[in-house]
Structure formats: C-alpha cells, structure tokens
Design a protein around this ligand. Structure first.
Ligand code: NAP
Length: 354
C-alpha cells in the first residue's frame, strides 16, 4: 500500500510511497521526530495506511532509542523549501515524466502541449491548458521547455511571452545544450532568467528513481537579486532532493562530452536494433547488456535521436570516427583471416600445396 495515496491531495505531494500492511484503523497521527522540523511536532492527517506505518509496537527502551525515524525524515526531505509554479511546455513522454516528480514534491504544475493530454495531466495533479495564452496568464515562476529538439524554436517563438511576468525563469531540458542556450539568448527579453539543463536519464533509465543519476546544468543568465537566485536554487533543489548527481558545466562542454557518451550510445543501440536481436536460452551477460541497450535507446522517439545528430555539431565527427573505427576493425579481422589462408595455402615455405 502507499502512504501517499491515503493523504489529502494538498499533502500527498510531500510523501514518497512507503510499503506497509493494512491497518484496521484510520485516524490522524502526531509524530515527534528526532530531526528538527520548523514549527515543532507534525500532524499527519493520514488514513489507515499511514497510521499503520507510524505505529510502533512496544519494545525495549534501547531499541526504541535506536529507532531511525526514517519515514519522517523522508517526509521532510521531499518538502520543497520554496514552492514553485512550474509551467511545462511540451507535455510528451519526458515532460510528463518530470512533472510527476515535480508534483510529488509539492510544486504547482501547469502544462501546455500541442496534443490534448488533459486526462493524463489530471491523473498527475497537473493543470492542463489547451491555450498557451491562458497558461502564461497564470504567471508561472518557471517555464520549462520540454519539446523535441527539432520543434523547440518553433514552439518557443509561439509562446506569448508578453503575458508572462517580467521576471520569469526559463529552463530547458533538451538533450543538446548550445542550441537552446543560443535560442533563449536570442528570443527572450533580457529580464528573463535562463537556466539550461540536461537530466541525463529518461523514463526508462530513471524509472526506479533518480538517485545517483547525472543532472547537468548551466546558469546561463540568473539575475543578481536574492529572489531570482532563490528561484533558480529552488528549481535545482528538485533534482538534488531526488539524489541526482549535480554537475555544473558549460553548454559547450556538455555538447562535446555528450556527443561521445549520448549520441554514441544511441547510435549503437539503433544499429543493433536493425539486427532484430532476439533473447535466447543461452544469453550471456554481455548479450543481455546489448538487448537492454536496444530497449533503452529505442524507447525514446526517433525525433529525439535525430535532434542529437542535427543540433550537436560534435555528432557528425563522432559518426565519422565510428565509421573509421568499424572499417579498421574489419580490416584487422580480414587481414588475420588472409594470413591464415596464406599459411595453409603455402605451407609457411612459400610453396603452395598441390
Ligand atoms: P521528443 O520526441 O524529443 O519530444 C516530444 C515532445 O515534443 C512532445 O511534448 C511533443 O508534443 C513535442 N513536439 C514535437 N514536435 C512538435 C511540434 N512540431 N510542435 C509542437 N510540439 C512538438 O521526446 P521526449 O522524450 O518527450 O523529449 C522531450 C525533450 O526532452 C527533448 O528535447 C529531449 O531531448 C529531452 N530529453 C529527453 C530525455 C528522454 O530520455 N526521453 C532525457 C533528457 C532530455 P505533443 O506530444 O503535444 O505532440
């Protein structure tokens, strides 16, 4: 059962699922945790599941003192210090994946997309807008661009930015970084803050949580006021709280590195997919890794892969290097094979067999 399920929606966002068995009783539970909570004791108006989780069976004193108040600590860790109103533009696969966690942390989520995702949005606690004018009039603190790389410019140009507050933080999560950075600098008014990010994981690799997964960011333009700095910090904190490995890196450096690790991985995955590999009864660990690679890379849209190629200038060079490496490997193999044939044909003495 899930603790968060039994909470009223205003609180549900602060909780992470905690397994428990069922309990017959449902009543508000007061917890006095060992960790400091501003305001002292915390009352959780939880249903039957939560009451059961927090119930402590009578135990010897030492054991009680040693008890780690883990569930309470988790409750504290997921509560944002600053609640943000975040508008996701491009509510597809990745936009939804991010919004789920943002909402679960207690932030207010709005979304706009060319497709009608209102039912999905409702299930995630996100307010869906089919008109981006209406969305902008909600004055979000953060506008998060999560469209495909290929459509980013068109989508950004279509946002009625005049309806936003003069101080708005624009963030992107595109898998290439120099391109959106230049777009933002070119198309957004100088009053808007800009944070370019790349969560280097997706719905497949991050489906069991984000702990330890890399999150790259570049504070391209963050105003000096305390309020602007705090807004940016609060946004980054979302990923910190999930345990991401935070890496501050320039957009240029990201693209150079990402061509190798990201475009290469996706290319190999997609080349292998063309072989239509099948799982067998004698799979080795290495082969399983290849099957997983195909699954991981091909579950992303082709448009995403295409964007990695077109909008990262380092990808062309990488593809050429890959070509050369493959040819050289083939040459090496065939040279050895020819060597063996030659040995057999000429008996190592230069005389051929009759
Ligand atoms: P995607 O195919 O790259 O993008 C899908 C999104 O783009 C949808 O929201 C879609 O809107 C929108 N879109 C596509 N063409 C459009 C157009 N012509 N006009 C308006 N909107 C358009 O797949 P994704 O996985 O969701 O990725 C979204 C972004 O996140 C990409 O920039 C990607 O590089 C980045 N990212 C993805 C991952 C990942 O693992 N998937 C990881 C890190 C970063 P509709 O659905 O409304 O049509």
């Amino acid at each position: 059962m899930l603790l968060s399920r039994s909470l009223p929606s205003s609180n549900a966002g602060h909780l992470i699922p905690i397994s428990t068995s069922s309990s017959p009783r449902a009543r508000p539970t007061t917890v006095r945790p060992r960790h400091h909570i501003p305001g002292g004791a915390m009352t959780i108006r939880a249903g039957r599941d939560a009451a059961h989780v927090l119930k402590v069976e009578p135990q010897p004193l030492k054991q009680v003192l040693d008890l780690e108040p883990q569930p309470v600590k988790q409750l504290i860790d997921r509560r944002p210090t600053t609640k943000l109103k975040i508008a996701v533009i491009g509510f597809g696969n990745f936009g939804q994946f991010l919004a789920r966690t943002f909402a679960a942390q207690g932030h207010e989520l709005l979304a706009y997309s060319r497709t009608d995702y209102s039912a999905t949005a409702r299930s995630l606690g996100v307010a869906f807008f089919d008109d981006h004018h209406d969305l902008c009039e909600q004055h979000p603190d953060v506008v998060l661009l999560a469209t495909s790389i290929l459509s980013a410019e068109k989508v950004l140009r279509s946002i009625p930015i005049q309806r936003l507050r003069r101080s708005t933080l624009f963030v992107d999560v595109l898998s290439v970084k120099e391109f959106p950075k230049n777009l933002f600098l070119q198309l957004l008014p100088p009053d808007f803050d800009i944070l370019c990010t790349h969560p280097m994981f997706g719905p497949e690799s991050g489906k069991h949580g984000w702990a330890g997964l890399p999150f790259v960011y570049d504070k391209v333009r963050i105003g000096e006021s305390e309020e602007r700095a705090e807004r940016c910090r609060a946004f980054l904190e979302i990923f910190e709280r999930e345990g991401c490995r935070m890496v501050e890196m320039s957009c240029a450096e990201h693209d150079e590195t990402a061509a190798e690790i990201q475009f290469l991985t996706h290319t190999i995955g997609r080349v292998l997919a063309k072989l239509d590999l099948k799982s067998t009864s004698i799979n080795t660990k290495g082969y399983e890794t290849l099957l997983n690679l195909v699954q991981n890379t091909c579950s992303d849209s082709y448009e995403l892969y295409n964007g990695l190629f077109i909008y990262n200038k380092n990808s062309t060079e990488l593809l050429e290097k890959l070509d050369v490496a493959f040819d050289s490997m083939k040459k090496e193999l065939f040279q050895r094979l020819h060597g063996i044939f030659r040995e057999q044909l000429f008996d190592g003495s230069g005389k051929s067999f009759k």
